[in-house]
Design a protein around this ligand. Sequence first.
Ligand code: NAI
Length: 461
Amino acid sequence: MAESFDLVVIGAGPGGYVAAIRAAQLGLKVASVELEPQLGGTCLRIGCIPSKALLESSEHYEHARTSLRGHGVVTGEVGLDLAAMMKRKETIVATLTKGIEGLFKKNKIQRFTGRGRLLGRGRVQVTTPAGTTDLEARSVLLATGSRPMPLPGVEWHTDRIATSTEGLSYPSVPAHLVVIGAGYIGLELGSVWRRLGSKVTVIESLDRILPGMDLEIATEAKKLFEKQGLHFVLKSRVHAARVVEDRCVVRLDDETLIDADRVLVAVGRRPNVEDLGLEAVGIRLDDRGRIPVDHRFEAAPGVYAIGDVIPGPMLAHKAEEEGVAVAEILATGHGHVNYAVIPGVAYTHPEIATVGKSEEELKAAGVAYRKGVFPFMANGRARALGSTEGRVKVLADTQTDRVLGVHIIGPRAGDLIAEAVAAMAFGASSEDIARCCHAHPTLSEALKEAALAVDGRALHA
Ligand code: NAI
């Protein structure tokens, strides 16, 4: 007889594993079905975590080569041990995935390694090379994530013309790396390989980088990345890319040919919705191949979906929030995600972080706003760090002073944005932020000063 659960979660990425833990905390009997032997999904295995490990390591390498001397630190010749750098990254991933295994055990979540598929309402089949196991579930949660989008005309060639997955593990530093797409992945991995010595060309179809991000901040980012040595080709579509006699040849829409050692395609991701048995429960995808859900994340009676397979930004922390919300809806009847305050962060140097509305969005919506800007140049801690590029921008409603958006480019922007998220979640005004005591000397003072600047009274600029 099939074993029965309150909740079967298909997919153990940040959305699925967090949902499983929260549901178990609330007393539900939970099963997790995951295809891969390692828990954690794309984010942990081949995304957020390994890329951050490489960003950190490559930044150390660059500092050692270029800026340590300015601190009075004299080293011998600086060398690169790429294999050791990769091993460190893999150890971090292995430790964290083991950590989730531990959390699953602690929360008595039953794990099934195999492909999960809906057979009908409340019925999930797990397929492994050894055979199939049927599970019964009061509720099923689909959290199967996404995978890189292919590009027509671009011929995959094992690792020579490939995705971010391969871009996290090149065995040597490519002399010339072409990145297609100036979004989060293109800029983060482009930065890693540039720091390690590659010439990096980023090709982007739009006339700007980081689409959707506040334009002033994205424009400043582009200038800084160019100063670091990234080369951008904007307003260009890749028409074709293939391997010819051991070289990669990239053809742009204006027939320009670019020769490269490797090509990394990062033009977005698409939801993993195939072979899930969606038709067995009557789920029909939307026009972008995503699973439509209602305000309770229900896609069909008793079947829920979260994360990259449903509409919204494809971000690990968005999926986590949704996972918690579904678990709480199932166990208590109530759960909620505040989509207005989901931060976005590019972990480049400097980091770029954003929450709420951009200036372009406010203008398009006809909302009157005031703007306060503070440069890191005028922040004492940024000076001590030797990282003075960038600024904080606070946008507040002209009438009410309520904070509508905060955009930061600068050191540790990804950590600084948390204060803005908390403030906005509580409906803070720019004056609320400005009147909070911020420790001195910290980078967080730049946010306070930008909030003061909304009213034209920044103290240090
Ligand atoms: P993206 O959507 O961030 O950027 C893709 C870029 O490719 C866009 O700028 C787009 O205009 C461009 N593009 C599309 N077709 C093109 C073509 N034919 N030729 C040239 N350029 C083209 O997607 P990306 O970077 O692949 O990331 C995928 C997802 O993963 C995103 O949703 C992102 O939010 C998420 N992610 C988030 C990270 C973070 O939060 N730090 C890090 C990595 C990924």
